[in-house]
Design a protein around this ligand. Structure first.
Ligand code: NAD
Length: 294
């Protein structure tokens, strides 16, 4: 029987830690602030931005939501980022992904002051993660996955971990975190060109699925007792739902769960952790910038 790793409950614990940290920072005269920039009207992005701003409000973190029209040019967006870089009331900046197609997302990320890059996507923070320099920002989703593993009491040292997906947002930073000192897993990164993914997965004590393909990871890919973290968020049609769709992960939950020792559900697994870790990163930025200026 597998245990279900409750992301909502672990995220609530992280947010309580944040709440205490906000009070402590404010007592030192540091009022943490996060700016969220949304370009265009992508409905999923609007939902994500809304919940980031709401969570800030709930914790007493100052937030600034900047909504720009889809026609905003690259130069205009970079100018907004530069203003936020210079704004002392803002410690964290994120530009909601994906921006409209005419925007070069990488160039925008590079324009963010790395000390305010709470998504952890700036090359300086990517380098710091590889160097295991804790002053950098770790991307929120993989940081959340590590926290879920810890909360579930999973021993990573020496474990065979397979990360499926090599994106800069999830797969690559996830692999770096799993292999870092203190975690000490033996890591394999699989991707779209990997041969015989089921055989690679069957070796794994820990599987992190970050592919973006609904229910791709099947029950017979899983070694008995493995731990499975499902990062995927996929909409599939479901006429029985009022919305006409439901969310599933990258893992075929019903057949995988009985073989695992622990598994995250979708929704309610990794999803809630991403926002919680964004709040953590914002407080880290406020602490670091606050100490630098005080
Ligand atoms: P991405 O599209 O950038 O990367 C997907 C990766 O999967 C690529 O590296 C690709 O090589 C690999 N891949 C594709 N097909 C494959 C196959 N058949 N076999 C093996 N590997 C294959 O996606 P991403 O941004 O890393 O996101 C992955 C999933 O995680 C998506 O469903 C996304 O919605 C979800 N996600 C969830 C959260 C969260 O908060 N829970 C955050 C970010 C992403």
């Amino acid at each position: 029987m597998s245990s279900v790793i409750d992301g909502k409950s672990v995220a609530a614990t992280v947010l309580e830690e944040c709440r205490a940290e906000v009070l402590e920072l404010k007592a030192r005269g540091i009022n943490p602030g996060l700016a969220v920039v949304l370009v265009g009207e992508d409905p999923a992005s609007q939902v994500y931005v809304g919940s980031k701003v709401r969570t800030c409000g709930d914790l007493g973190i100052h937030s600034q939501k900047i909504v720009l029209p889809a026609s905003t040019s690259q130069e205009e967006l970079v100018a907004v980022v530069r203003e936020l870089n210079a704004d002392p009331s803002i410690h964290g900046i994120l530009v909601q992904s994906p921006p409209p197609k005419h925007i070069d997302e990488e160039a925008v990320v590079r324009a963010i002051d790395p000390r305010k890059d709470v998504d952890g996507f700036h090359p300086e923070n990517v380098a710091k993660l590889a160097l295991e320099d804790k002053t950098g920002f770790v991307p929120c989703t993989p940081a959340g996955c590590m926290r879920l593993l810890a909360a579930a009491g999973v021993k990573t040292a020496g474990a065979e971990a397979v990360v499926i997906g090599r994106s800069m947002i999830v797969g690559k930073p996830m692999a770096l975190l799993l292999m870092a000192k203190g975690s000490d897993a033996t890591v394999t990164v699989a991707h779209s060109r990997s041969h015989d993914l089921p055989a690679i997965c069957r070796r794994a004590d820990i599987i992190i699925a970050a592919v973006g393909r609904p229910e791709m990871v099947k029950g017979d890919w899983i070694k008995d007792g493995a731990v499975v973290i499902d990062v995927g968020i996929n909409r599939i049609e479901d006429p029985s739902k009022k919305s006409g769709y439901r969310l599933v992960g990258d893992v075929a939950y019903d057949e995988v769960a009985p073989k695992c020792s622990a598994i995250t559900p979708v929704p309610g697994g990794v999803g809630p952790m991403t926002i919680a870790l964004l709040m953590k990163n914002t407080l880290q930025a406020a602490r670091q910038l606050g100490s630098a200026t005080s």
